[in-house]
Design a protein. Structure first.
Length: 288
């Protein structure tokens, strides 16, 4: 009898960890909530365990609403002519134009822009742990999903380029063609590489840098989707695949490789990025 009790005791001890181990492998058996910070700004996510080898997390990365400033040079298609050089012809144009078509005497030489990053996007990521009992090292795949627009540019003051719009309208006005042809006058706008962009009828320039809304992700890192203890951390290093960026100005799609460097250094770099680097640190708490 004593021998049987000893045998059953050993059996019970050997079965207990196996049951716990199987319990840990049940899908959605653990839930974690995390916050992150990195090149994708601030993130909030929920995560769960699929098996000891796989975890999954889903959430959203939120980019703060910030406005940066940039200046872009306005110019004419006439080589080496600045907008200031055109002002001396305004009086002659206005002499043949009706009152509601008059061109203001002052022409801006720069357009001051607000630059707004728009990187807010949702994500679903799957972590694979090749050595779940020995290491928290993981490989990650998944995707980020956003609107497609990653940067928006708009003149700081709405309608601030109406003087330019009035000048450009005069260039097409039949009543002003004698003056236009006599002095070889041309429209005013932004010279972006191979492109010439003019403000819209409301005196605005609205530009966007657009990439694919669906952005596959590959990466690696350390840390578990749901920590074994109550609090844990996770570090990720990877890339989002953006596709070929497009520059859209006042509804016209431009080829990014033909825009040149006039967007300023930072924006020119963004307009050429096809693979976006992701570095992220995540603090995660286990709910159960």
């Amino acid at each position: 009898m004593k021998k049987l009790l000893v045998i059953f005791s050993f059996l019970g001890m050997s079965l207990t960890p196996a049951s716990a181990q199987e319990d840990d492998q049940l899908i959605f058996n653990h839930l974690g909530i995390g916050i992150s910070v990195g090149t994708t700004a601030l993130g909030i996510s929920a995560s769960t365990v699929l098996t000891p080898y796989f975890g999954i997390r889903a959430g959203i990365n939120i980019w703060p609403i910030i406005k940066l400033r940039s200046n872009m040079h306005l110019g004419s298609r006439i080589q080496n002519w600045e907008t200031g050089d055109l002002v001396k012809y305004v009086e002659e144009l206005n002499a043949v134009l009706s009152e509601d078509q008059q061109v203001p005497m002052e022409m801006p030489e720069l357009v001051s822009l607000h630059v707004k990053p728009k990187l807010t996007a949702g994500h679903i990521l799957v972590d694979y742990y090749p050595f779940p009992r020995r290491s928290n090292f993981h490989l990650t795949t998944g995707f980020h999903l956003g609107t497609g627009t990653v940067v928006n540019l708009h003149n700081r003051h709405d309608g601030s380029l109406m003087a330019v719009t009035a000048w450009n309208n005069a260039m097409k006005n039949p009543d002003a063609q004698d003056v236009v042809q006599e002095y070889g006058l041309e429209p005013v706008g932004l010279i972006l590489g191979d492109y010439f962009i003019v403000p819209d009828e409301d005196g605005n320039i609205d530009a966007k840098i657009k990439v694919s809304g669906f952005r596959p992700y590959l990466g690696l890192g350390f840390g578990r989707a749901v920590p074994r203890k109550r609090i844990g951390c996770q570090f990720d290093l990877g890339v989002q695949f953006w596709g070929s960026p497009k520059v859209v100005v006042n509804g016209e799609t431009l080829q990014a490789d033909r825009v040149g460097d006039q967007l300023d250094d930072a924006l020119s770099i963004v307009s050429r990025i096809k693979v976006f680097p992701v570095v992220s640190f995540r603090l995660v708490g286990r709910i159960f």
